[in-house]
Design a protein around this ligand. Structure first.
Ligand SMILES: Nc1ncnc2c1ncn2[C@@H]1O[C@H](COP(=O)(O)OP(=O)(O)OP(=O)(O)O)[C@@H](O)[C@H]1O
Ligand SMILES: [Mg+2]
Length: 582
């Protein structure tokens, strides 16, 4: 039943009750006033008749029935609402008052008359020769009351109709916003959350409109947020899987499809154990137990099974899925990342590190070997050559009749031995720069440069050495020395340069720590293109290996015609650590 109808019904009931009560009071009042009126009228009539009859008797003119009385009655007619009838001694009607002309011919309905009719009977006045009967006639008063009652009824009916129409119209007008509110709610129900209500003039509907719009906005925002989150989860590069505490999968994103080979449609509803290899089932159970206890799993490196049966290395992070309404853990959100590549890189790095250590070891052994060869050359060959020289000198200096030819040959032996001695010393210096052992890096480099300049007088070498390059350890010293040595050799062999610059300095305050900076540049013909890309010669390769073995880096640059720049950066801390490992 509509609100309008209900309100109209309530008003109708009220008006009916009001009408009944008022009608009752009205009828009661009418009954009382008719009673009073009739009573008073009858009393006056009777008194009048008694007075007339009494005065007629006293004047002695009275006959029964008296003609004068008849004349009087005829003259009086009706006295108020009373019918007067005169009977003679034989009870024959002598006179009867004329009927009332007031509202003649009309009568109140009997049911109404019965309600208001006064209980007053006839009044009889006995004469000497007859009787006067006064009958109170309330019919006219009752008719008046009836007319009044009808008027009241009409008014009440008109009021009732008007009131109902007014209320119906007012309600219709006031309830009009309800239609648009209902429309708005229907829009919401259909998922169109952009629906908004207008501002209404009625403050109550205005408040509803504001609340509705606020709610719609909040709903729209939260749905947009949810959609965004779902999109992020769907488009994440990590495989994201959601399953309940029984392990049943309910969400499977695109990355998971790519990683494991299962389509979302085919795996949603299946158990998460499907992608766990048999030996990891226990781990899966433990993870689920941790999640159940609101724990988290961070970056667990494990393995999972692809649809193809192939194992894949993954890093797994998992968190409990909590129902915001009940605050209960209802499942697990699990993110997995393929770390196969990462693992491969790790293995490669480890292998590189092993190679670096091996190179370092080889270099150390090589240096050791060189040192021992240099020692042998110096101690054995040097001694022998010295002995040969001494003997040769002695022979060439003999004056005991040794032939001239013999002495000349001995002289030749001495000069060849001297040459061998110089060559051997040169070799020894190459093998083991003794200055490095005795004087340190600065002097060893200066010695090497001056030896180079004396061998190649057409190439001028500038040597710029930092003040703090000493005390960096034997490994750094020998590496720097070998780099400079190889660079100078290359300048002499390939560059066709007239000038070379060498700078060695310690750079401090760098983000990655202190490092020794070695730069060798020349003004020669520069590198041919293929050399830097695919060199298989030992010189540059050996330099790089030496530097990398100390965690450093070596760069060679210089295009054709611009000379060559060799730049080595050797971290002093890492180098010291690397050195201490061996
Ligand atoms: N300063 C330079 N100027 C021009 N070319 C150079 C220079 N240094 C090296 N090269 C080029 O780089 C090549 C490789 O040099 P690398 O030192 O590795 O080998 P190499 O000197 O030829 O032989 P080795 O193995 O005996 O050192 C050289 O053959 C040369 O062509
Ligand atoms: Mg070389």
């Amino acid at each position: 039943m509509s609100l309008r109808f209900r309100v109209n019904l309530a008003i109708t009931l009220l008006v009916v009750i009001f009408g009944i009560v008022t009608a009752y009071i009205l009828v009661d009042n009418m009954r009382k006033s008719i009673n009073e009126e009739i009573e008073a009228g009858t009393r006056v009539t009777v008194q009048l008749l008694e007075t007339v009859v009494l005065s007629a008797r006293m004047s002695g003119t009275a006959g029964d029935p008296d003609e004068n009385l008849v004349a009087f009655l005829q003259h009086v007619g009706r006295v108020r609402a009373n019918e007067i009838r005169l009977f003679d001694a034989e009870n024959k009607l002598v006179y009867e008052s004329p009927p009332s002309v007031y509202k003649r011919g009309r009568w109140a309905p009997e049911w109404f008359a019965a309600m208001v009719r006064p209980p007053i009977g006839d009044f009889q006045l006995n004469l000497l020769g007859g009787t006067v009967v006064v009958t109170p006639d309330a019919s006219r008063s009752i008719l008046d009351a009836w007319d009044e009652f009808k008027e009241f009824g009409g008014l009440l009916l008109a009021f009732f109709v008007l009131l109902n129409l007014l209320v119906f119209w007012l309600l219709g007008r006031s309830m009009r916003p309800l239609r648009s509110i209902l429309d708005g709610l229907s829009e919401m129900e259909m998922g169109r959350f952009h629906a908004r209500l207008p501002d209404y003039r009625l403050p109550e509907f205005g408040a509803i409109s504001h609340t509705f719009n606020r709610m719609a906005r909040a709903l729209e925002d939260s749905i947009a947020e949810n959609r965004r989150l779902a999109l992020i989860a769907q488009q994440s590069s990590d495989a994201i899987i959601i399953h309940d505490l029984a392990g049943r999968i309910s969400f499977w994103n695109a990355a998971a499809e790519r990683l494991f080979g299962y389509e979302a449609a085919e795996i949603v509803g299946s158990s998460a154990a499907l992608i766990a290899p048999p030996e990891r089932k226990e781990e899966l159970r433990e993870t689920l137990d941790a999640i159940r206890g609101r724990g988290r799993v961070e970056h667990l490196e494990t393995q999972r099974l692809k649809k193809s049966g192939e194992l894949v290395d993954v890093a797994l992070s998992a968190a409990p899925l909590v129902d915001p309404a009940s605050d209960d853990v209802i499942g697990e959100i699990c993110a997995m990342r393929d770390i196969t590549e990462h693992k491969r890189m790790q293995e490669t790095e480890e292998e590189l590190e092993r190679n670096r250590r091996l190179t370092q070891l080889i270099q150390a052994r090589l240096e050791e070997e060189r040192r021992s060869i240099a020692r042998e050359l110096h101690d054995e060959l040097g001694q022998c050559v010295t002995a040969i020289k001494t003997i040769g000198t002695a022979i060439s200096n003999r004056d005991d009749g040794t032939s001239r030819e013999t002495r000349d040959n001995a002289g030749t032996i001495v000069s060849v031995a001297s040459h061998i001695y110089d060559v051997v010393h040169g070799i020894i210096r190459q093998l083991r720069p003794s200055a490095l052992d005795h004087l340190g890096l600065r002097d060893a480099l200066q010695e090497a440069v001056s030896a180079f300049e004396s061998r190649h007088p057409d190439i001028k070498v500038d040597l710029d050495l930092g003040s703090d390059i000493e005390g960096l350890g034997e490994k750094i010293n020998i590496t720097v020395y070998r780099v400079v040595q190889e660079c100078l050799t290359n300048v002499a062999r390939h560059a066709r340069a007239t000038r070379a610059q060498i700078s060695v300095s310690l750079q401090t305050g760098l983000e990655e720590g202190d490092a020794l900076h070695v730069v060798v540049r020349d003004n020669g013909k520069g590198l041919e293109r293929h050399v830097t890309d695919e060199t298989t010669r030992f010189g540059l390769l050996g330099m790089r290996e030496r530097v990398q073995a100390l965690n450093g880096r070596l760069e060679i640059s210089g295009s054709s015609g611009e000379g060559v720049v060799v730049e080595a950066v050797i971290p002093t801390v890492q180098a010291a650590v690397a050195a201490s490992v061996d």
